[in-house]
Unconditional design. Structure first.
Length: 277
């Protein structure tokens, strides 16, 4: 049975802080950047994770990207890494890691994801982090834990799970979650979220204003921000997908991906008010 993704299901699981909460208790999110000319996606994801409430957000980047990112961030910290092993050490202690947006379609991205698999953090893998495993899905599945989250659009989904979409999106996403043993977010006009335990939810508040570059990077950061606060992965993905669309509706025409994170405080405030009623 496929449920409609409704805030009533997950609203009470959103990780609101108490008066005694400190930043480290609110979760530590890391976002892996691409090279110097490919840093925008990581910055979007990191900003979104911060807006979602993660207490400490860090961008981990190749050394050549540090001088590009540093002037463009304030509340987000920055740490260069020089190798996959170094990345794994720097990410240790993170509660969630987002990797894939503008990461690069090369073996370095595969090695970085493999290194992150040993950190124990929830992995949110998007974009290049998915496409790079075309024809090598067994290597990806070997890295994943049940709390990890993959966020493909249909093209990326087809690269990982060739032929599955011919069975229909609902059947395909459920089977993909079973095969990967991870949560799958199949993006589209009606995004589907599937858990490895068989649950599937359909998101019905999609917004046409999201059809612009970078909005998927924002979604990955939002999911990472909630997962870093230890919200269960399936519910974190469902909440982020719904809030992502609601933020787009709130802004309306003219939306760019830069606008989305700054719409989140209003959307979250409304959600908080609903939870208290």
């Amino acid at each position: 049975m496929i449920e409609t993704n409704d805030p009533a299901i997950w609203r009470n699981f959103l990780p609101w802080p108490s008066a005694e909460t400190h930043k480290h208790a609110r979760g530590r999110l890391a976002v892996v950047s691409g090279k110097a000319h490919q840093t925008g996606a990581a910055r979007l994801a990191a900003h979104a994770g911060l807006r979602m409430g993660a207490g400490v957000v860090r961008i981990l980047c190749p050394p050549d990207a540090a001088s590009v990112i540093a002037p463009a961030v304030r509340a987000v910290m920055l740490t260069p890494f020089s190798s996959p092993e170094n990345l794994g050490r720097e990410a240790a202690g993170s509660d969630a890691v987002v990797i894939g947006p503008a990461a690069g379609l090369d073996d370095a991205t595969i090695a970085n994801i493999q290194a992150l698999g040993s950190t124990g953090a929830v992995l949110v893998i998007d974009a290049d982090g998915l496409s790079v495993f075309k024809g090598r899905t067994a290597e990806l599945f070997a890295v994943l834990d049940r709390d990890d989250i993959l966020t493909p659009h249909e093209g990326e989904f087809e690269r990982l799970f060739p032929g599955l979409l011919t069975q229909g999106r609902e059947v395909a996403v459920q089977e993909a979650a079973r095969l990967a043993q991870a949560t799958i977010v199949l993006k589209g006009a009606q995004t589907l979220i599937a858990s490895p335990d068989g649950r599937v939810r359909r998101n019905e508040n999609g917004s046409p204003w999201l059809a612009t570059a970078g909005t998927g990077d924002v979604l990955a950061g939002m999911i990472g921000g909630l997962a870093a606060q230890r919200m269960e992965s399936f519910d974190a993905a469902c909440a982020a997908v719904w809030l992502h669309s609601d933020a787009a509706h709130t802004f309306g025409p003219g939306l760019t991906s830069d606008d989305l994170p700054d719409c989140l405080p209003r959307v979250l405030s409304e959600m908080r008010s609903s939870a208290l009623d």
